[in-house]
Design a protein around this ligand. Structure first.
Ligand code: GLA
Length: 719
């Protein structure tokens, strides 16, 4: 939303500047382009911020900035356009550039390049967020042919961004995995040749790898030192990152939509705009880079980036599909007793001809199941409000079970190939064809109907389980290769309508776990479900992985029954590092555990301005085990919260005090362990005492123990 506002402002402030050197700067980074004597655009520099403009005169011109297919370059291009005459040559020359101030400290530079033979214009956009050291890059490709008879060209590949780096060595950290084991971090050197990270899932960016990466330059960056580029693509579909080291040892990183089966026609007068690629370049380690991303996301990208987040009780694991009104109302009593803000009704509430009593049927028929919920959703929102909590509901409106009235009525709305292939089901379901405007209206209508009939719905969990399989759009006919991209555009258009009509509605992005995590989707959603895996030990790793790009307020973390060897306290403490929720049978817990949860919820709400909005410090990586620790510091510096975990230390584990970060060295702080089990006392040495910030950051606190599955939450208050 904010972006469009800035854009209007930019039109007012925009001025065309002509120069041979184009500098895009943040507080810490310079990206410098130069127009060569041949009129082409070169990237002279990408690195830590340099001095005055005079410095740039010393730089070599560098490689061509946005390499096109079919010319003199021998490595992977950023752009390939097939002209109507069958040639795929494109030679781009600098035309002009403009710099506009979008808002205080946010500048947009647009560099226009054009071919002198074919009617192609390419505009490279860079938005620099000065304070946060984030750059957003995207590309507009236009067919400038005029009139109805203008030749149609074909976009074969169309990267959002191409970056060139020059270092002695490169190390790529990727985040890969599978369902329930998301965002596992592994690192490997990049040497000559190509490494590609991509997905072809259609409806979601991620199942095996989310669209994010870290490339360390000149040795592996760690939390406090080293140079690295952290990049992520804002695209909720097939993406591709190509990392290619050339024979001279330079690295190019090409980021954008995956060109796999995605050629698209561009008619005269049409422009295709790529998704945004967001990156930061740090020379002071990964901790600073993540904090920059988090702050930037809260201020500019995340939907409702500063509003209060709702703690919640979800019924999925407590009931699965077996519930009725009475059971749900009982769970709402639990939610009120726990002190959470909201009750979230999950899957299983809809379908009449084919009631959604399992995941085999009913998807698509978004009417309450009459015999299960005779009072409908109205009775539930009313019950919630009587108990002083809010109400949220699960939807998966892009999907359909073949056993559903929707499928019976609209087989033409489904992505499948009934004439030639058997249907292939992923979780017994198929994907609706969102390239079709009628389907977009239907999907919008699902939400619109719910919100119109039940305006008290405060929250939705929007799921998306199936990737696109047996790809064929009945709607797109001969333009099948547009489906992957048009699907995502169709989704965005639905989400825009929802946000515009229901701006207060908060939505969680879920896709069989974290299948849909990207910063474009998160401009419509307030948060995402990080994984169906809620085993707290695994969650330490998953939440750690996502913390490199996403702030805690966006990461939904629920306490469930996964891994009952871990205490309720341990499970809750892990979940308290994200947006806290529960998916548990509260009334079956021991009284002590119940009381613990009540206190932990109160503490989370009291401290959410630190956890959800503060700066995050990864003090001890779970990968370095057998412990893990994360600290949050409020933006005004008055408060800090430290989470420390002993996972499975050996009996002889020699623990050392843990040094804190982000405090004021000359201020005094009191240290108090919170989230204690009822009736127990803290055994932390120094608990209740006062320390200087310098002491806490130099000597530290002895928070770790050699006990297994033990956790501590420590509140640190500035005096
Ligand atoms: C997906 C989600 C779960 C739950 C189920 C419901 O698997 O990840 O959290 O909502 O769907 O069917």
């Amino acid at each position: 939303m904010k972006r469009y506002h800035f854009f209007l402002l930019s039109l007012l402030m925009c001025g065309i500047v002509s120069a041979q050197t184009i500098r895009i700067s943040t507080s810490k980074t310079d990206l410098v382009f130069r127009v060569g004597g041949d009129g082409r655009l070169y990237q002279s520099y990408l690195g830590s911020r340099l001095g005055g403009n005079g410095d740039f005169d010393h730089l070599a011109a560098g490689p061509e900035a946005y390499v096109t297919h079919g010319m003199e370059d021998y490595f992977e291009p950023a752009l390939e356009v097939r002209q109507s005459d069958g040639r795929s040559s494109l030679l781009l020359k600098y035309k002009e550039h403009s710099v506009a101030t979008l808002s205080d400290g946010v500048t947009e530079t647009a560099i226009t390049l054009a071919d002198e033979v074919y009617p192609v214009t390419v505009c490279l956009h860079f938005t620099a967020y000065e304070r946060d050291n984030i750059i957003r890059a995207s590309t507009e490709i236009s067919n400038t042919g005029k009139g109805r008879k203008a030749p149609v060209m074909t976009l074969c590949r169309y990267a959002s961004s191409m970056l060139h780096l020059d270092a002695a060595s490169y190390e790529l950290t990727e985040f890969s995995g599978d369902w329930a084991e998301e965002a596992k971090m592994t690192s490997a050197p990049l040497t000559f040749g190509k490494k590609v990270l991509d997905t072809k899932l259609g409806t979601r960016a991620n199942m095996f790898t989310p669209p994010m990466f870290i490339v360390s330059l000149d040795g592996k960056a760690d939390e406090h030192s080293g140079t690295a580029v952290l990049g992520t693509l804002g695209w909720t579909g097939n993406f591709r990152f190509t990392f290619e080291v050339t024979q001279t040892g330079s690295l190019r990183i090409i980021s954008g939509i995956n060109p796999y089966f995605s050629e698209r026609a561009l008619k005269g007068g049409e422009t295709f705009t790529t998704p945004d690629f967001f990156f930061t370049l740090t020379s002071t380690g990964l901790g600073d880079a993540s904090r920059d991303f988090h702050r930037w996301a809260r201020d500019y990208q995340l939907y409702q980036g500063h509003e209060e987040r709702y703690t919640l009780l979800n019924n999925w694991e407590a009931t699965y599909f077996s519930f009725d009104e009475e059971r749900l109302v009982h769970l709402m009593d639990n939610a009120a007793d726990m002190g959470v803000d909201l009750f979230l009704l999950d899957d299983g509430w809809f379908g009449n001809k084919f009631p959604r009593s399992s995941d085999r049927q009913g998807l698509g028929d978004w009417e309450e199941t009459h015999d299960k919920l005779p009072g409908g959703v109205a009775r539930l929102t009313q019950a919630a409000s009587e108990k002083g909590i809010r109400f949220g509901i699960w939807v998966e409106p892009e999907m359909v079970n073949p056993k559903s009235e929707l499928y019976e009525k609209h087989p033409d709305w489904v992505i499948h190939q009934p004439e030639v292939r058997d249907e292939y089901y992923f979780r017994n379901q198929l994907v609706l064809d969102l390239s079709n405007p009628a389907v977009q209206d239907y999907v919008f209508g699902v939400i619109d109907r719910l919100m119109t009939d039940y305006p008290d719905i405060a929250f939705m969990k929007w799921d998306c389980n199936s990737p696109i399989t047996n790809i064929w759009s009945p709607y797109l006919k001969e333009k099948q290769t547009q489906l992957y991209v048009d699907y995502v555009h169709g989704l965005y258009s639905v989400l825009e309508r929802i946000n515009a009509k229901y701006p207060k509605l908060r939505m969680m992005l879920c896709s069989g776990g974290s299948g849909r995590i990207d910063y474009k989707a998160l401009s419509y959603f307030t948060e995402f479900w990080a994984s169906d895996n809620t085993n707290p030990i695994d969650r330490l790793f998953i939440q750690y992985g996502y913390s490199f790009f996403y702030p805690a307020r966006a990461v939904c973390a629920h306490v469930t029954s996964w891994n009952r060897n871990a205490s309720i306290k341990f499970r809750t403490d892990v979940a308290s590092m994200g947006k806290l929720g529960f998916d548990i049978r509260f009334s079956e817990l021991a009284e002590n555990d119940q009381e613990y949860i009540r206190q932990a919820v109160k503490n989370w709400k009291r401290l959410s301005y630190v956890i959800a909005d503060g700066d995050q410090y990864r003090l001890f990586s779970p990968y370095d085990g057998p412990h893990a620790a994360t600290q949050f510091v409020s933006t005004n510096g008055d408060k800090s919260v430290l989470f420390a975990f002993d996972v499975h230390p050996a009996a002889y584990d020699r623990t050392r005090p843990l040094r804190l970060e982000g405090l004021d060295p000359v201020a005094d702080y009191t240290v108090e362990e919170i989230n204690l089990m009822p009736g127990s006392r803290s055994s932390l040495r120094g608990n209740g005492q006062t320390f200087s910030g310098r002491y806490l950051m130099t000597v530290g606190l002895p928070v770790f123990t050699s006990s297994e599955l033990r956790s501590r939450v420590i509140e640190i208050t500035r005096k």
